[in-house]
Ligand binder design. Structure first.
Ligand SMILES: *Cc1c(COP(=O)(O)O)cnc(C)c1O
Length: 304
């Protein structure tokens, strides 16, 4: 059941030794970091002898799409609670939920916990054993997936990175990469570019997940206080963008063939470019851009 490693590309761009970890190609349709998380989370579901899943997200959530696909691959029943009004705009991730034929329930944001509990009870009544997954796949298994992924990238590169950049949301991806790269080489700096959250909340969430990972797995890692969660490039919030970021997304596609999106990876790339331009990342550094995906988010927008 172990899915395969994603490619690591070396492209040399922007005056640095730029590597790109292609988790956008993670082997679940639509790819992305939520595919990597889903593999680990659903393995826990099976280890717990569960045979149904209830989770939640927005209409364009990559987490719910990756979870629904993994459930179908494994033959596990799946209910997705969408905390937004029902829409006739069936695009991107939402289109795949309908193609997969998982149960889709809509509710108000304020009712999501109650509605998810109700769906859990519903499965229990049917004689199934349901498994609950937090929105975004924000949990220990999701963090562990990225801890292991840091080693995957290191093995592929056969050298140390000075910096790792990626799009950061709930903090599970960054916590896993942060602890993983600290274990590999204390000098590597993982820089999460926020897609929505501001500090101190963003940094606190990463700290919390990193501590949980270290404690639960008994890891011998020096957990430094220098988690870098940069909220400078959120451009107004989740799913918001601006002309400057859109032009970078377009330029990267034209110059490298790498497809970024305005909700996630485009913000991260834009942020990385600002670090390089401002000299915070010196030319000649070994820089890893961790491409977390977002293709279906791009396809669901009217931009570009
Ligand atoms: C969810 C998501 C992120 C952020 O991951 P977190 O673990 O929540 O920080 C980044 N990129 C894409 C494409 C995502 O779907």
């Amino acid at each position: 059941m172990k899915l395969t490693a994603t490619p690591l590309m070396k492209i040399g761009h922007l005056g640095v030794n730029l590597f790109v970890k292609r988790d956008d190609l993670y082997p679940i349709s639509g790819g992305g970091n939520k595919g990597r998380k889903a593999e680990y989370i659903l393995a826990k579901c099976i280890a717990d002898d569960c045979n149904a899943v209830v989770t939640c997200g927005s209409a364009q959530s990559n987490h719910v799409r990756a979870t629904a696909i993994r459930c179908k691959e494994l033959g596990i029943a799946c209910t997705i609670v969408i905390h937004a009004p029902k829409t006739n705009n069936i695009q991107g991730n939402l289109k795949l939920l309908y193609m997969l034929g998982v149960k889709v329930v809509y509710c108000d944001m304020a009712d999501v916990a109650k509605v998810m509990d109700g769906e859990m009870e519903e499965y229990a009544k049917q004689g199934l054993k349901p498994f609950y997954i937090w929105g975004g796949g924000h949990c220990l298994e999701g963090t562990k997936a990225f801890y292991d992924a840091a080693f995957e990238a290191h093995t592929q590169a056969k050298q140390h990175f000075d910096f790792v950049f990626h799009a950061s949301g709930t903090g599970a991806t960054q916590a896993g990469l942060h602890v993983g790269f600290k274990k590999i080489n204390l000098a590597t700096q993982v820089i999460g570019i926020s897609v929505a959250r501001q500090n101190p909340r963003g940094t606190e969430a990463i700290n919390h997940s990193a501590l949980e990972l270290v404690n639960e797995n008994g890891l011998d890692v020096q957990l430094s206080k220098n988690i870098i969660f940069d909220d400078e490039f959120i451009s107004g919030g989740y799913e918001k963008t601006n002309p400057e970021q859109l032009s970078v997304i377009k330029a990267v596609a034209e110059q490298t063939g790498i497809i970024l999106d305005p909700t996630y990876s485009g913000k991260a790339w834009y942020g990385m470019q600002q670090y390089i331009k401002s000299g915070r990342v010196k030319s000649g550094s070994n820089v890893l851009f961790w491409h977390t995906g977002g293709l279906l988010n791009l396809m669901a927008t009217k931009q570009i």
